[in-house]
Write a protein that binds this ligand. Sequence first.
Ligand SMILES: NC(=O)c1ccc[n+]([C@@H]2O[C@H](COP(=O)([O-])OP(=O)(O)OC[C@H]3O[C@@H](n4cnc5c(N)ncnc54)[C@H](O)[C@@H]3O)[C@@H](O)[C@H]2O)c1
Ligand SMILES: O=C(O)C(=O)CC1(C(=O)O)C=CC(O)C=C1
Length: 391
Amino acid sequence: MAYKQSAQTDRTGFERIAVVGFGLVGASFAAAVRSVHPGTKMLAVDVDARTLQEAVQRGWATEGALPDDPVFERFVREGCDLVVLAAPVDAVEGHLKRLAAWDFCGIVTDTASTKARISEAAARILPHPEHFVPGHPMAGSEKNGIDGARPDLFKGAHWILCPDANTPAEHFPRLHELVTSLGARVIALPREDHDAAVAVVSHVPHIMASSLMHLASRHADDQQALMRLAAGGFKDSTRIAAGSPELWCGIAFDNREALGEGLAEMQGIIGSFADALASDDRAALTALLAEAAEARRALPAAWVPSTERLLEVRIPMEDRPGVVAEVTTVTSSAGCNIQSIEIDHVTEDSAVLSLVLTDEGDVGRLSAQLINAGFSVSFSPLTAKEHTHVA
Ligand SMILES: NC(=O)c1ccc[n+]([C@@H]2O[C@H](COP(=O)([O-])OP(=O)(O)OC[C@H]3O[C@@H](n4cnc5c(N)ncnc54)[C@H](O)[C@@H]3O)[C@@H](O)[C@H]2O)c1
Ligand SMILES: O=C(O)C(=O)CC1(C(=O)O)C=CC(O)C=C1
């Protein structure tokens, strides 16, 4: 049974972490880990020597290594328990090959903005592909490199994790604990659903921001003062257009299908606005604007539960693989937020998956879906005080 291999691990996290690609995301992650868990040995791996120097000087890494430096191989072979691949999407495959050559048996995760190609590459290359749990923090900035990094980048952000049926049961709880300790909230998503979802909320918006800059830049050629007229609305809508063109080109091509579909849909939506204007249809234009305004106003500035009430969900783990992935993805799809997750080992052969949920989402739907999927579930209210794991 998958969950039997879970020797009682140190739930405070990982002792030796290698972060490969020490730029905005990798360095921010390392900085956050070192600030919350200062004892963590952190190896920074990057192609840029200045970045490595800076990483150690700032105390965000305990050591730095270029990818070909034997220090990297030694660190991985000598008890590294987590490798985080945070390089640009096109650079990740080479590092998977390195890890495979070194027969790395610890957990591997990543931060890439797309998941299909990287998951396929990990399945093809790694000798233990089940130890790869794809990840994607939904936070970032238009800045690049270690100079844009900050330890609080992930506070309040969502962090996608994509376990699947082969993921060993303890991997998700361990990564969940680490990521939530940095102030992020985990969303479990099937890796095959990831790229289409983020195309809509991240990749299409990036191209739209870029397109807005093109529109304004074209007109600014004739009207010198135009950019000085750009106020909050324009700036809010275009900040991300300043991001690295190389990074975004890699992301766009990696997700070309879903991005292409999203852009085609966007053209249709813009067309509806243009049609309403052309046909002098004020009611249609108002309706389009009203629908968007209602949806935007419902988007919270920060996702916080409305009360401090917590709900404990206990699910006996049957001898069936993939229970953790199945339960956590159903929970996230019902809009519920898992504050903590543990596997309680009742006997040598039996365990109970225990989730603590915050007061969010559709618990009725969650309960029905879990019962339909054949789980026997018990729910019990909990106060924050009773829940000792709350940070
Ligand atoms: N920028 C964002 O807002 C954002 C947000 C979430 C996830 N991501 C994803 O995280 C990853 C990193 O993005 P970023 O914004 O930190 O980029 P970045 O450009 O800030 O950092 C990338 C770092 O990787 C290094 N690098 C390049 N090639 C390398 C190689 N072969 N081996 C090791 N290091 C290498 C670079 O020197 C740089 O320090 C990407 O996959 C990106 O899609 C980005
Ligand atoms: O710049 C920001 O504020 C971001 O959140 C960056 C952002 C996004 O816009 O969706 C960019 C790429 C990702 O993979 C995740 C987050």
